[in-house]
Design a protein around this ligand. Structure first.
Ligand SMILES: *Cc1c(COP(=O)(O)O)cnc(C)c1O
Length: 388
């Protein structure tokens, strides 16, 4: 699908021939493959498309937005932010958030970029606990922010609060990133960990809750910690549970002072009149869109149970994906699944692969294909205790 766009320039130039910033030269762009195969379980989207009713309502909203498209959109997306506040108040357990606590952008990646433009930048440092979402590092570097990474526990991928605090005291970062549930491991952060990090951090703390709607029962959101903590930011997205990845809508909740600060760096009119209209329409259909979350969680739990029964090391997951292994040759397993029409994600954790929970049928297709590989000896596992 992306072949044309990535085809080498016939004249033979590459980006390395251009006078780009020296600090960008060592980087590689974000690049989860976008392939046209029957079973897509590689980028953690919700597998259920919007209903015909929602599609029709989006069309109506887009039409009415188009009628006024000669004017710039509401720069501050006031109505959308009120809707988002109401959504969090109703669906994330009784907080008193107002529109002034919310901010929206084109995906939570743009939210992260605005945060780093405002609180990171030249001469400043952001700290992350890896393995985690690779875009935190990439956006940090793209905004000129130095990136410091400290490892999570290599087996459980958990983070001990004392260890996290020690690393914060060592780096004194301007921004700390904590992904909960963490991508690509699925590990959720207990609130004690978030509190310890906010208390220790000299700067801003970003809790990336892109997968919060998939939390297992009893796992809390960092939203509950917002009151009285003006340096805490919780980011969310409509791309994952909310089944609207194509619309590009991300948001954050924080003290209103944080949003006032972000106004300094956001581009004027960054959120188009169409995006705002689609987001509000989708929020009016929250029951439908979140109605699929339980079904996806059931498939997530099924993947964990079945892969565990097959003898694999499976990372417990609070998200809509599961990382599993440990393979002698994860790329060969990834390729063999792709040959059977099942696309999952490789290259995120050593010796492991990551699969997104899909519909029942998609999940069955993955589990059947994978079980066949294992039984045919085409997915040899590493012996327990083999080093990294
Ligand atoms: C998918 C993802 C995002 C980005 O989502 P947007 O589509 O830009 O809203 C952010 N954080 C994590 C951890 C993700 O996995």
């Amino acid at each position: 699908m992306t072949e044309d766009a990535t085809r080498p320039d016939p004249a033979g130039f590459t980006w390395r021939d251009l006078p780009i910033r020296d600090d960008l030269r060592g980087l590689s762009p974000y690049g989860a493959p976008q392939l046209d195969v029957p079973v897509l379980l590689n980028t953690n989207e919700n597998p259920y498309p919007p209903s015909p009713e929602l599609v029709a309502d989006v069309a109506i909203a887009a039409t009415s937005a188009a009628a006024g498209a000669n004017r710039y959109p509401d720069r501050d997306a006031v109505e959308l932010r009120k809707d988002l506040a109401q959504f969090l108040n109703e669906h994330s357990l009784g907080h008193d958030l107002l529109g002034a606590n919310l901010w929206a952008a084109n995906g939570s990646n743009e939210i992260i970029q605005q945060i780093l433009q405002c609180f990171g930048g030249a001469g400043r440092t952001a700290l992350g606990f890896e393995p985690s979402y690779s875009m935190h590092r990439l956006i940090a570097l793209a905004t000129g922010t130095a990136w410091a990474a400290e490892p999570r526990d290599p087996r459980t991928f958990e983070l001990d609060p004392g260890y996290a605090v020690a690393k914060i005291e060592q780096h004194r970062p301007d921004v700390v990133f904590l992904t909960s549930p963490n991508n690509p491991t699925g590990t959720a952060a207990p609130l004690e960990l978030v509190e310890a990090i906010v208390d220790a951090a000299p700067g801003m703390v970003v809790i990336d809750e892109a997968y919060a709607e998939f939390f297992r029962p009893g796992t809390p959101s960092a939203l509950t910690l917002l009151p009285g903590r003006p340096r805490l930011i919780v980011t969310r997205t409509m791309s994952k549970a909310f089944a609207m990845a194509g619309a590009r809508i991300g948001y954050l909740a924080a003290d209103p002072a944080v949003i006032d600060a972000l106004l300094l760096v956001r581009l004027p009119y960054h959120l188009s009149v169409f995006t705002q209209a689609v987001a509000r329409t989708a929020l009016a259909h929250t029951a439908e869109l979140l109605g699929t979350v339980d079904a996806v969680k059931a498939q997530r739990d099924r993947i964990v149970a079945e892969l565990t029964a097959l003898g694999l090391h499976v990372v417990p997951s609070d998200a809509n994906f599961v990382s599993f292994g440990d393979f002698q040759d994860p790329h060969a397993v990834w390729q063999a699944l792709l040959d059977q029409g099942v696309l999952i994600r490789e290259g995120l954790l050593p010796h492991k692969l990551r699969v997104t929970a899909g519909t029942v049928e998609e999940t069955t297709a993955f589990l059947d294909a994978f079980t066949r590989l294992l039984q045919d000896g085409r997915a040899p596992l590493r012996a327990k205790g083999e080093g990294q």
